[in-house]
Every structure is written in C-alpha cells, then in structure tokens.
Design a protein around this ligand. Sequence first.
Ligand code: DGL
Length: 273
Amino acid sequence: MAPIGIFDSGYGGLTILRQIRHLLPQYDYLYLGDNARAPYGTRSFEIVYEFTLQAVKRLFEMGCPLVILACNTASAKALRTIQQRDLPQIAPEKRVLGIIRPTAECIGKLSETRHIGVVATPGTIRSCTYNLEIAKLHPDIIVTGEPCPMWVPLVENDEYDSPGADYFVEKNISNLLRKDPEIDTIILGCTHYPLLLDKILKHTPQEVRIIPQGQYVADSLQDYLLRHPEMEKKLTKGATTQFLTTEEPSSFTESASIFLGDSTVKAKRITLG
Ligand code: DGL
C-alpha cells in the first residue's frame, strides 16, 4: 500500500480529506489526527514543528510517498523547515505539501475590494504566512488577520453548535470587520472551521464571502498529481481510507462520522514521539 497521508492536529483535516476523496476517490488514504496533543494553534513554533515532523515520519514509515499537512498551523510553522531541511535527509524521494499556498492562489479571483480577512489559530496569524503568501501572488491585496483561539476547542469538544460558539464567532467576526470594514472575502484559515460554518454565516454580513479551503486544496492536489506523474504512479489505487489517532479511538470514530458524514470510520490508536 502506498496511500496519500493526510495529517492534522485533530479532526479538522477530515474536512479536507472529505473534499479530496470526493474529487480523487481512486486513491488509498491514511489519515492521522494527533488528537491527544491538539490543539496546536496556541503552541510554540518549536513544538508544532517537532510534533508535525514526528507525524510525517510515521506516515512515511507506514508507506505514504506523499503527505498533505491538512492543518494550517502545521503548514505555517513546520512545512518549510520539513521541506527544506528534513526531507533531503530522511526521504528525498517523498513529498510533503501544505494547504496555505493553494488557498492563497485562489483568492486573487475572489475579492473585488482587494481587502481580505483571514480567521485562523493564533499560531497561524502570528506566523503571517497568509500575508506573505498572498503578497507574493497578489501584491495589491490587503490582508487582515483575526486570531480565534476558542474556535478549535469548541469544535474538538463538540460545542460547535452551542450558544458558546455563537458568542465567540460573533466576537471574532465583528473584531475582524471593525479592523477593516472593506473586507469582502474571509478565508477560513483553519481546517476545523467548516464545522462552524452555520455560525460564521449567521454572524457575517451577507455581502461578505466566506471561503472554506477544502475544494481549493483538492483541486490543487489533482493538479499536482497531473504535473508529477512520477509521484502519481507510486500511489496505490484501492479506494480505501484508514484512520489513525493518538487519542482513544472510540471518541475519534464518533466525531469523525460527524466531520466526514460517514459512520463506518474505524480508527486505530498510535503513539507519536
Ligand atoms: N486544524 C488546524 C489548522 O488548520 C488547527 C487546529 C489546532 O489548533 O490544533 O490550523
């Protein structure tokens, strides 16, 4: 088996897996959620890098030639170091891709006012990765970030439909729009946030467009595989998905069925580090 590895700190990456599987159902997938150590969004650069590298190494050991960091925090804080420093030493023939670049690429076509908002974890916002990536591709766009430290815990604790979620979503969206009232497009820069989409839409003015990432990441992976036939040939095509978690598997199974809309998920527990 040579599956595509999909990694996230917890459940959020399942929103990306869902879109990727929908577009590319023929491949085998191996999902790893580091639920025992989530959230990553408030952790330091060093810790996110260390945890992400452990996960990537494990997915390589389990046969993945290609790993997608389906986590903005890991993409912001660990991807570049892993690609440039670690990969040439540990597995020069394997690849690790992130999800910020594909999202930054699509944004040029979507904003008319050229004012964009990004809601994400404090780690992603502090790294300024969205600002830097968007500036490289679309220098005319002004990017304003809003850290939302409570949104991932609300999702990881199944509170995404609660009045508490209303409170924090309203607070962060209105902060963002107060900082830049010209924003016409908001990127959901965290893979957990699609679960809060109903609340986000409820607290955002209708004329502001909300952009979840899954579709863009899936399109970009399809394009990558077309441009890299040597990688595409290595991937096995049995249309299976396996799930790994660092937490107790039964709670993963329950939440994963909500995130994926699939009640047949069976997860296996592993330890990292
Ligand atoms: N899902 C991750 C992201 O896209 C963050 C979750 C976390 O804070 O662990 O940034």
